[in-house]
Design a protein around this ligand. Sequence first.
Ligand SMILES: [Zn+2]
Length: 201
Amino acid sequence: MNEEFARSRLAKTCKQLYDRNLTVSAGGNMSVRLNTVEIIITPSGRNKGSLQPEDMVKMNLAGEIIGGGKPSIEHKFHLALYEENPETNAVVHCHPLYCTALAVNNKKIKSNITPEGALLLGRVPLIPYYTPGSQELVDAIMDYPKARAMLMSKHGALTQGNTLEEAYNRMEELEFQAKLQILAGRTKDLPDSEIEKICNM
Ligand SMILES: [Zn+2]
């Protein structure tokens, strides 16, 4: 992807996440793949509502910073997902309120209670808690490298996609499903046969 275009799309997506209350203040980090070896990622410690295209930090998959800026400390799991999945072109990690409300209680997100959840998210694993930025957290995430969306215990949520829009949509849907689950209380998944039918559509 053209770097200038990627920078402006990433800044727009950060603003969208912020405006939709999917992230607050400096929380979370988002990235886009430029080519097979390089990505751009949000900088460390900045409010996602006011990031500009030029604020994004360019890195290679070996973890080297190209040009200026300090990348988010959580860049390691972004790099690992890009390395493992050639089809992944965007990664979104943030701390949406309802996702995090489930995550702090170690509750899984049931994504199979509506057709939309099953279709957009598939099964959503719950990643055990490890310190942000640690290799242990990267390893725990890489136990589910193909998951479209994950919940991170005591921390937040993570999605990946073929495009930035797809990763964003999965995050928005994940937060909707978390909110729905909390509002609906005890509820059952759609039957497995129906899930199979939806996923084959
Ligand atoms: Zn985080």
